[in-house]
Design a protein. Sequence first.
Length: 233
Amino acid sequence: MFILPKLPYDYAALEPTLSADTLHTHHDKHHKAYVDKTNELAQAAGLAGRPLEDVVREARRMNNAKLFNNAAQAWNHAFFWECMAPSGDAGPALPSGGLQDAIDKAFDGLDTLKGAFVEEGANHFGSGWAWLAAGSDGLKVLSTHDADDTLTRDGLFPLLVCDLWEHAYYLDYKNDRKTFLKRWLDEVANWKFAERQFAAANGKGDGFRYPAAQKDEAKDRRDAPGQDNRPQA
Ligand code: FE2
């Protein structure tokens, strides 16, 4: 069974950029629904117990759209929570080291990258996700539709993602997605997480993986060889 990962910060920790109300609804309702549905559909597809990354890729390969949509959304949201962090009194930590160099090379600086990211997300039609990813020819900004993600795209390693679904920002920004994206990048984007992802993309350390499925110990006991499964008197 896949778990709903806890937020890596308090619900109010990203205020005023994102309200606790938004995070409660987004995490406790939207993300939970995707995880619950994934558990149900993965079981039906014979994929229970597999890592979520495998379930997403298998669902795409099997053309199982319902499972793909829910599993990819479960993964995207868990990744998205890590892509944000409360900024300290000195403001958010900025990219450094190899990531900073790669940003300078691909975008000619962080401000240009932010501008490209905001434009990509603001101009994306409908629901989806805005990504910063590492590719074989450097960093790139792209957007994907609905639940679509980078797991099923060869050669792309995700560094940051921002949720473009209205449920991500409507309570706080109404229909002003552009302001949401600007403030998201300036105030809560977690560049330290992006640096770890960038290192992993270059073979140093592990990239993000969805938290391991919880083992169903009661089922294991029932299925154990020699186990007396008769109902207790
Ligand atoms: Fe969302």
